[in-house]
Write a protein of this length. Sequence first.
Length: 351
Amino acid sequence: MSDTALWRAEAWASYAQVEAEAERAEHCGSDGDKRRKCQVEIVRKHLKDALDSMALLDPIDEKGASHPALAAVWSRLGRIPAQVKLYYSGADIERTWAAIHCASAALFMAYDESELPAQAARLRGLLSALPDLDWQLALVTEIINELKQRKEPKRWKRRDKRKREVSVMRARLRQIHLDAMDAASSLQVEARTLRNALLVASGALLVVLLLLGFMHIFNSCIFKICTTVNDRTVCPGGGSEHSVDVFTVELAGMLGGLLSAVIPLATGERIKTPYRVFNHQMLLKVFAGAATALAGVLLVQSHVISQIKFGSTATLLGYAVFFGFSQQVLTGLIDKRANQLGKETPTAKSV
């Protein structure tokens, strides 16, 4: 099942790692009994669920169609609403990673006792990177110290008691891993919510910008972009009025918004998530730059801002770029929230 989506590539890598660990746990150690095989089967069941989640949209079946190419087109068009819903909700991503994380947690029940200290140390490293998991971190540290101090008992009764104690530790480690998964998942959900909000805001801005541009094309008297300086007409497209003047100003503002993207690109903290929030931050800056450029030019033309004068086309477009860059004052608040979320959110495959 080939797929070029980056999140699927990461999921495949984690899937392969957990599968390899399950294979190794099944054949390593001294107590290769039915209990261990049963736990490995549980791990593989979760991995199968992950595979099913990565294939929520099955490939198109064109067999038996009278016009396979046409049937494929219609089938893809019919699946667009489902794909949009999946993209917005992140259902395939959430289900896939939840299954992989459950499989990884179930491995604690299958590992040999000698491996538990190292695996618990790995879990402690994960907990230290997540917020509000102090008591889980303290409990894992306590389990690690207890595992290191334990010695092999000589009598069978003590061995039976030891197995029960180790089973309790396994269950605790498994539950703590699930707690860490829940904490990480809540951060991933917050990242998805931020991405969706950025997407909706960018879409709304795009619709408004297009409407204003086309309204000016059909009726240029709605609002004026051109100004008169010393009996000379100054317009975004040159010395005379053009129907695409609004789009010209918006393009200049987009350039300013694109330039402002250098700031979060150089100083921002990337959110380690399959939702690619940073890309949507850049998209919002571009459209917000077009909106602030158009608003700024209109405010100058209406003399609300009287300190600025457009003496030439170059000056007008230069200020449009400046106004487009100034949207950073507003979108910088979003950048700050994204930076904070990026510091708290671990990578999906690290859980």
